[in-house]
Every structure is written in C-alpha cells, then in structure tokens.
Design a protein around this ligand. Structure first.
Ligand code: GUN
Length: 264
C-alpha cells in the first residue's frame, strides 16, 4: 500500500471511531513563529482534524511574545476542560526556552509526545512504525540504522525500533564516512533524518531488499521539496518526499489526539 493509500484508509477508520464518541476530540495548536514551513505544517494538521471530524483551534501568537505570556497560554489550555490535545509548534523564537515549554504542556494533553512523562509516542516515529507494520516489515532481529540523533526524530525512533527488537545503530555528524558506508551497506532499514539534500545517494551500497524511510524536508535549487535521499535508490521500498513521512506524522498526531480524548 502506498503512504497515500495507507493514510486515506487510516483516516476513514479514525473518522468512524470519532463519530462514535460523545464529544469531538479538540486539538489546540499554539504557534509563536512566522515560519512559512510551520504555517504549512499547521495548515496540514488543521485540515487533517477537519477530515476526521475532530476540532482544531489555532492560537497564533506574535514571535515577540514573552516566554511568560506563552507559558501562561499553555497553562490556560492545560486547564481548559474542552481541550484534549495541546501542541506548541516548533521552532520557538530564540528568546523562549523550548525545554521549559515542553515541560509546561500537561502530559495528559501532550499529543506531540515531547514531555518526559508523556504516554504518547512522538508523532514521526509512531507514524513510521505504523506504516512499516502495515507493510509487514519483519522488525525482529533486523539491522536498523537511524541517521540523525535529534530529540524529536532520531532518539525516539531508535528507542521505538529497539522495542520492536531491531538491532539499532544510530549514526550522526561525528560518524566517519567509512563507518556510515559500513552500517548502511548492512542495513535492512534506514531511517534518514539529517536534513541534508540528497545525502543518501549512489556512493553508498544498499541491500537490495532494504527499506529507506526519508524524514528529510529540504528545498532543492528550484525551491522544490526533496528528501535526504535521492529518488529511486536500488532498494525494495523508499518513501517519497513530498507525500511520505510528513503525512504519516500528521496521521499519528490525530491518532494520539483520539487516545487523549478517550483517556479523559
Ligand atoms: N515542528 C516540526 N515538527 C514538529 C512536530 O512534530 N511538533 C511540533 N510541535 N512542532 C514541530
């Protein structure tokens, strides 16, 4: 099944699940940046909620908002009985502590899965695992390579793959080219999230039955969205950009929102 087909089928199932609930789940998104990329993400998240019959509210704050004011907003929505899920769109303006904001969102509503005490799986790793599971990827004992060690993708992805009994290797900016080539050549699954246009290319060797999951979102010289891998590498399955992991991330957010609403 392609990602688009998987997302469409999953949304239809979620719409049915939501229609059976007494209250429609309600997501609040706080955005305090004027980043066009965030605008696009946020529009996508609101559209997804609408499609499955959930409610979404955007709280747009000026990038000049103080940390205190932002934290006060978070607190207001934490207490609001009518709100099931609360996310603060990243990146935040430089004068605001991301760590403080992540800790401020109450774990019960933390559908991004960013709080240390959260019970929610962060959206990108969750979306990827759900899709690979649907595709029948046999996680147990497989060599999984995660490229990138960010807090929102690389680290939680590695943890989740470990829980699926993969042999997990995390590679990063300090890994030598030689070691990268070695691990990539032996990988059954490669999750690439380093933000470098076309980083995975034909200079590496791949297992022919390998799966490449491309989390990268980069602009090429023509301003078009492209991933961290060049298209059509010689592997069994490679997720596209656009139309790939971004859709899975948004789907996982709606799934987390429904869980949050049901937990109430
Ligand atoms: N910015 C980029 N990805 C994300 C995400 O998954 N959640 C939030 N809140 N901000 C982001």
């Amino acid at each position: 099944m392609t990602i688009k087909e998987f997302v469409a089928a999953s949304k239809a199932a979620l719409a049915e699940e939501i229609s059976a609930l007494e209250r429609k789940p309600h997501l609040v998104i706080i955005q305090a940046n004027d980043s066009p990329a965030s605008d696009a993400y946020v529009r996508g998240k609101i559209k997804d909620c609408g499609e499955v019959g959930a409610r979404a509210t955007l709280c747009l704050l000026p990038p000049t908002v103080s940390e205190e004011e932002l934290l006060a907003k978070v607190d207001e929505y934490n207490r609001d009985e009518d709100v099931d899920g609360l996310i603060v769109q990243l990146p935040l303006p430089k004068h605001i502590s991301e760590a403080k904001v992540k800790l401020a969102v109450t774990p019960e509503k933390d559908v991004d899965g960013f709080h240390p005490l959260t019970t929610f799986i962060p959206c990108t790793p969750r979306g990827i695992i759900d899709y690979l599971t649907e595709e029948g990827f046999p996680f147990v004992g497989k060599n999984a390579v995660v490229l990138g060690r960010s807090e929102i993708v690389g680290k939680p992805m590695a943890k989740l793959l470990l829980s699926k009994h993969c042999n997990v290797t995390v590679l990063h900016s300090r890994t030598s080219e030689e070691d990268k080539a070695f691990y990539i050549a032996h990988a059954d699954l490669i999750v690439v999230a380093i933000g470098k246009l076309g980083f995975l290319d034909n200079r590496f060797q791949y297992k022919k039955d390998a799966v490449i999951v491309d989390v990268g979102i980069n602009r090429n010289e023509e301003g078009k969205l492209r991933g961290d891998a060049i298209p059509d590498l010689p592997v069994a399955l490679q997720t596209p950009v656009p139309g790939g992991v971004g859709l899975l991330t948004r789907l996982a957010l709606v799934k987390n929102l429904v869980i949050a609403a049901k937990n109430r």
